[in-house]
Ligand binder design. Structure first.
Ligand SMILES: *Cc1c(COP(=O)(O)O)cnc(C)c1O
Length: 307
């Protein structure tokens, strides 16, 4: 269960959590016509708090809406301000932020017509998505029997609600089969990403990740590539087969929710030493230092606020 907060920002104002409701004929509920973001705020070592890459997340939200064809009645800066106001109203020094833009109730055909475009931002306390233990010991995953979207079937650069049925299929199958997460292959059979995470592998000290052709351009992916390159590692975008993952030294997922989660087993094959590898651990330490404001070189990624 999500831990309830006091307020949710809904269509321009803060309303009590229990009053942020919609009609059952909301278009998005029937046809998946919505786009969302997942953002994290962290408590910093200096006692303040910071939202990680907030402006970019809100830009991506607007980009997702543009791809789907939704006109958002708020601009980036209003959404940024609303996020900080919601975190403050809820007294959250750290937490998860979930903005959602969706087609509201009105016409019931597939065409959204003149239905209102509604926007909400919810915030709540949230720990590690796959568990604290997952960050340390790594998780067990399987390659899904479900294929990741073809770019011309669903728009893979939009974090859209409808796209996520594909993720739900993969995740529920993986969990039902006793795994923690799924790796999704693209329509050609190459490695794409997790159900809501990007994927990396390490081989002979080089860091590899699939190109952006048909995966979401994650900010955690971008942060990890930047941090690794700044630490002197070679970083390559490359088309990867699942067999390349099997024989990698390390494999890990990245995402706002999953942060940097090592993968210790894929399709019943142990990866590397079967635990978090040295580069995953190094990048975790760097990443958590950055989000907590301990590294001035990356302070430009942080939107500070005080509760
Ligand atoms: C959100 C998401 C990611 C990770 O993106 P971040 O910006 O790092 O949170 C990766 N893949 C998919 C499909 C996603 O929806």
């Amino acid at each position: 269960m999500v831990q309830k907060s006091d307020k949710i920002w809904f269509d321009g104002k803060l309303v009590p959590w229990d009053e942020a409701n919609v009609h059952v004929l909301t278009h998005a509920l029937h046809y998946g016509t919505g786009v969302f973001e997942g953002i994290r705020a962290y408590e910093c070592s200096n006692g303040k708090s910071a939202v990680f890459r907030l402006e970019e997340h809100m830009e991506r939200l607007l980009d997702s809406a543009k791809i789907i064809g939704l006109k958002v009645p708020f601009d980036r800066d209003q959404l940024v301000e609303a996020t900080v106001a919601t975190l403050k109203a809820n007294g959250l020094k750290a937490g998860y932020v979930r903005p959602l833009v969706f087609v509201g109730a009105g016409a019931m055909g597939v065409h959204p017509g003149q239905n209102p475009i509604q926007v909400c931002i919810a915030t709540w306390p949230w720990g590690a998505y796959l568990g604290e233990e997952a960050l340390e010991k790594g998780i067990r995953v399987k390659c899904s029997s479900f294929t990741r979207h073809h770019v011309n079937v669903m728009m893979t650069k939009a974090k859209s609600c409808g796209n996520y049925v594909n993720s739900v299929l993969a995740k529920t199958e993986a969990v039902a089969d006793g795994y923690d997460e799924a790796i999704m292959l693209d329509p050609q059979g190459y490695v794409a990403e997790g159900s809501g995470e990007n994927i990396f592998m390490v081989k002979d000290d080089v860091l590899y990740t699939p190109p952006l052709h048909n995966v979401l351009g994650g900010f955690t992916r971008d942060s990890v590539m930047t941090l690794a390159a700044d630490l002197g590692y070679e970083v390559r975008e490359a088309t990867l087969g699942r067999d390349m993952l099997y024989i990698a030294d390390e494999v890990f997922f990245t995402g706002t929710a999953a942060e940097i989660t090592p993968i210790r087993e894929i399709d019943r094959r142990t990866i590397g030493e079967g635990k978090a590898g040295p580069l995953a651990k190094l990048l975790q330490a760097e990443f958590f230092g950055v989000v907590k404001g301990e590294n001035p070189d990356y302070a430009f990624w942080l939107h500070e606020y005080e509760v």
